[in-house]
Design a protein around this ligand. Sequence first.
Ligand SMILES: C[S@@+](CC[C@H](N)C(=O)[O-])C[C@H]1O[C@@H](n2cnc3c(N)ncnc32)[C@H](O)[C@@H]1O
Length: 209
Amino acid sequence: MVRYIFPKYEIKLEIPEDVYFPEEDTFLILNSIEIIEDYRFLLEIGGGSGIISIVLAHRNPKLRCLITDISLSSVKTIYKNSRLNHLEKQIDAVCMDKMQALRQFCPDIIIWNPPYLPSDEDTDSFSFEDKKMLIGGKKGYEEVYELFKYLKQNKIRTSFYTLFSSLAWSKEDLHDIEDTGFSVQIIDEINMFFEKLYLVKSELSDTDA
Ligand SMILES: C[S@@+](CC[C@H](N)C(=O)[O-])C[C@H]1O[C@@H](n2cnc3c(N)ncnc32)[C@H](O)[C@@H]1O
């Protein structure tokens, strides 16, 4: 197993081949999200190597993080990396689809760097693991939209941060999310070689909570 050092974030990680290696999307989140001092509970969905929660827990010693991932290999990696960075008291991980078994849980903040690419004939040949890491559905955003639905159904009022790619989604689509009862804003964006990534913050509106 190779150990990687991320000096900017003062952490180290072991990342097996079947776990998502942190990319520009990961760093967009890490460089844009500030944890308010009052925040106690972070729910991270799709934690991968655990990097996002590990960095945020390292920066905020009072923060407790629960990470879910649909990949068992990711969950084992998250436990290992939490110990490697001496953060095992702040971080727990569970293998779960999104936050399916957590309908009663209202964390202060939810973060998900989701699979956000659309599927096409090229992606049909991807391995099961790669599809889970990268493909968000036929249009690319279905997985995240399912979570919006779940937050609304269960009246989970919290700050939810997620990403969309210009390959699957455009700024005008913000209105579709607003129409389902959320206040939404793009808080950061980056241009990449062939796509743009949008970091979106949303919260269930008062009238819908
Ligand atoms: C783009 S990777 C992000 C990994 C890590 N958070 C990062 O930023 O480096 C997406 C992660 O979401 C996980 N995932 C995909 N669908 C999921 C689902 N329905 N529920 C929970 N995790 C999921 C994948 O296994 C993968 O680890």
